[in-house]
Design a protein around this ligand. Structure first.
Ligand code: SF4
Ligand code: SF4
Length: 433
């Protein structure tokens, strides 16, 4: 069946250097992707860049356009590549259109010139850091095997010095998963970020021990264990929900709150019902279904030959998107946290259910534990927000609950919430019913 359906918004992650990086983080699934383009120089040409910007503008039906740069390490392209990208955005801008450029970087190549450029052009920088030095350096190393913590922190300080907007991207791996509070407090207090994206490391081992494709039923020994994921996130959640709501944004928690509120989108692709709106553009113009599926079976075409809008609206991409919900195993369909989890990312669905059905998510146990753990506070947050209170009021409700439970009391007491007196325990329960 031909859908020819262009989603209202698409998101393209452009990889101007392909998988090429100046570092060699041991868990990085991108590094093997070099093998997909033997002999390539891995540099996006001006022709591809101009086609990309022109088509991205054309494919957008709303005035806000995000231009997302990723790698490998995108700063290896040099600053002039991004100056040209800004020029092209001006050239093709429709009236009223606003661009936001984001760049995901390991931060090690940043200097004053880069940071001035980012500031002048309102770039949002996503910097990869895995926690304090010993945890960061366990996997995030350079090609000589040396830790990169110092160099990343130097880059981070430069961003701060120039007042550039940044947030952090932190993997949850087999090592740092054992130290949730150390990681969280470091990001909050030392890296001084107010926006954190956690990404669980799940590397599937292919034939020959590589991690080139999303194939194989074994995870590497750097991959986070499902139970580690659950305890890592619940531990951080407990700290966040009592101290930091409204001032530190943890993407997973924000997405969960949206799910508990019953909003149509969680804002995170892994927790959406379907996939398909986030595509990946390789240095030579090849467009893939998703950044996690840069492999031949998911190549949609090349943007020099076909427009992004046509490729994004293709039957093939539509099928890729729908498969996420169509292939859910029965245990997920019957799961009480399906509304929040949605079976998570298809790339991690390589286990078999107890009934022998394929497609169970490797991280299932961790996600289930996390979503069960946050149910009560999330119901309070959703209730508060529905009543027009800020989510941060949950901290006062929980403090009161904690005090009551310490005192062994479960009777009604009055407390003040945003200027109004309400009943505590009763209040919390009436919000969640
Ligand atoms: S495959 Fe995974 S990463 Fe890609 S869009 Fe779907 S959920 Fe997101
Ligand atoms: S928690 Fe497990 S069973 Fe439930 S939806 Fe997620 S992956 Fe499926």
């Amino acid at each position: 069946m031909t859908q020819n359906y262009l989603p209202p918004r698409i998101h393209v992650l452009a990889k101007p250097t392909g998988a090429i990086c100046n570092l060699a983080c041991s868990y990085c699934f991108f590094l093997d992707k070099e093998l997909l383009y033997p002999g390539s120089r891995f540099r996006m040409s001006d022709e591809v860049l101009e086609s990309y910007i022109r088509q991205l503008v054309k494919a957008h039906r709303n005035p806000q356009v995000t231009v997302a740069w990723q790698g490998g390490e995108p700063t290896l392209m040099g600053i002039n590549f991004y100056r040209r990208a800004i020029e092209l955005q001006e050239k093709y801008r429709k009236p009223g259109m606003k661009f936001e450029n984001t760049i995901q970087t390991n931060g090690t190549l940043l200097d004053d010139e880069w940071c001035q450029f980012f500031k002048e052009n309102n770039f949002l920088i996503r910097i990869s850091i895995d926690g304090p030095r010993e945890l960061h350096d366990s996997y995030r190393v350079d090609k000589g095997g040396q830790g990169t913590f110092e160099r990343v922190m130097r880059g981070l300080r430069l961003l701060q010095k120039h007042g550039v907007d940044y947030n952090v991207l932190t993997t949850i791996n087999r090592t740092n998963a054992e130290y949730p509070l150390e990681v969280y407090r470091f990001l909050r207090d030392e890296a001084k970020t107010s926006w954190i994206q956690f990404i669980p490391v799940v590397e599937r081992i292919n034939e020959g021990g590589r991690t080139l494709y999303q194939e194989g039923t074994r995870a590497s020994n750097r991959s986070v264990l499902p139970e580690q994921l659950g305890s890592f996130l619940t531990c951080i959640f407990d700290e966040w929900v009592r101290n930091d709501v409204g001032r530190i944004f943890v993407q997973t928690f924000e997405a969960s709150a949206r799910s508990w509120l019953g909003l149509p989108s969680s804002g995170m692709c892994v927790f959406e019902e379907t996939c398909g709106v986030g595509l990946a553009l390789e240095h030579n113009g090849d467009l893939y279904s998703c950044d996690h599926f840069v492999e031949p079976d998911y190549l949609l075409g090349n943007i020099i030959e076909k427009e992004i809008s046509e490729l994004a609206a293709s039957d093939r991409q539509y099928r890729f998107g729908q498969d996420k919900s169509d292939t859910l195993p029965q245990v997920c369909r019957e799961c009480d946290v399906l509304f929040a989890c949605r079976g998570e990312c298809p790339k991690n669905r390589f286990l078999t259910t107890p009934a022998g059905e394929p497609g169970l998510n490797y991280l299932c146990e961790g996600w289930k534990a996390f979503f069960h753990h946050i149910d009560f506070p999330m119901q309070i947050i959703a209730g508060l927000m529905r009543m027009g209170y800020p989510a941060s009021e949950v901290m006062r409700v929980l403090t009161l609950e904690d005090n009551l439970s310490r005192a062994g009391r479960n009777d009604r007491i009055l407390f003040k919430l945003s200027g109004k007196f309400l009943l505590s325990t009763q209040f919390a329960f009436c919000l969640i019913r």
